[in-house]
Design a protein around this ligand. Structure first.
Ligand code: URA
Length: 239
């Protein structure tokens, strides 16, 4: 069940600031299920009826936003019938969060999780063309013809993928592998693997390093942080 401190619930409902909410609680002007609560540590759930100065709050499901560096062998889902670890298991929160879009089970890197359906819809809508950058390790060394195809865009399942940017970052001639950074604004499943498959390469490792203006650089595998208010506002502006 979702549990949150009373002053945070009141503030996130937009009724007043958190500091003012604390004063109201201390002054005995807040009731939970018709009982006055004047202790600041009190936690309420989304089932409780909260009354502030005689007004019932009806919108107190605080929105939360996280950025996670997803490790390999974690599924981008809220549950899994095969009992695999899910991204939501890595984040300590009582809120009912879900991932915005998907990374494959074996893909690592940047994923946003939230309980804000409005923002999730904006970010996932193809019309908004959010840019995502991936670093792919592929089994081979790209040639001039591959470069030409990537520049012109690549047809996948009868629809062209426009590549916003790509750069070969490293070549290992002994192991015959390349590290390629590629930026696209597509959300189709397995799209990066399909792009390289169409050029006859396998993706050996894949990580998402950027999502719009967000970067994963400061987070280690499995680490996460809350997005700042500013970052959330900037994400909303991508609409
Ligand atoms: N493209 C892929 O092929 N896999 C991912 O996980 C993300 C993009």
């Amino acid at each position: 069940m979702f549990m949150e401190r009373l002053q945070k619930i009141i503030a996130s409902s937009g009724y007043t600031s958190r500091r003012k909410a604390e004063e109201l609680i201390k002054n005995g002007q807040v009731k939970v299920n018709d009982e006055v609560v004047n202790t600041l540590g009190y936690k309420a759930s989304d089932k409780d009826i909260i009354e502030v100065e005689g007004t019932i709050l009806n919108n107190y499901n605080p929105k939360v936003y996280y950025i996670l560096n997803k490790p390999r062998e974690v599924i981008c889902s809220v549950s899994d019938d095969k009992n695999r670890k899910c991204v939501v298991d890595l984040i300590k929160t009582e809120a009912r969060i879900y991932p915005v879009g998907r990374l494959d089970y074996d893909t690592t890197g940047l994923i946003i999780l939230t309980n804000d359906g409005d923002l999730a819809n904006i970010l996932m809508h193809p019309h908004h063309q959010i840019k995502k950058t991936y670093i792919a390790k592929v089994n081979g060394i790209l040639n001039a013809d591959d470069f030409k195809k990537l520049r012109e865009g690549i047809e996948i399942d009868k629809r062209k993928v426009h590549i916003d940017n790509f750069k070969v970052k490293k070549i290992d001639k002994v192991k015959n592998t390349s590290l390629v950074e590629i930026t696209i604004h597509e959300g189709r499943n397995h799209i990066v693997k399909k792009i390289f498959a169409s050029l006859h390469y396998d993706v050996l490792k894949l990580t998402r390093s950027k999502y719009a203006f967000l970067e994963i650089a400061d987070l280690k595998s499995g680490e996460y942080r809350e997005l700042s208010k500013n970052e959330v506002a900037e994400l909303y502006k991508l609409k």
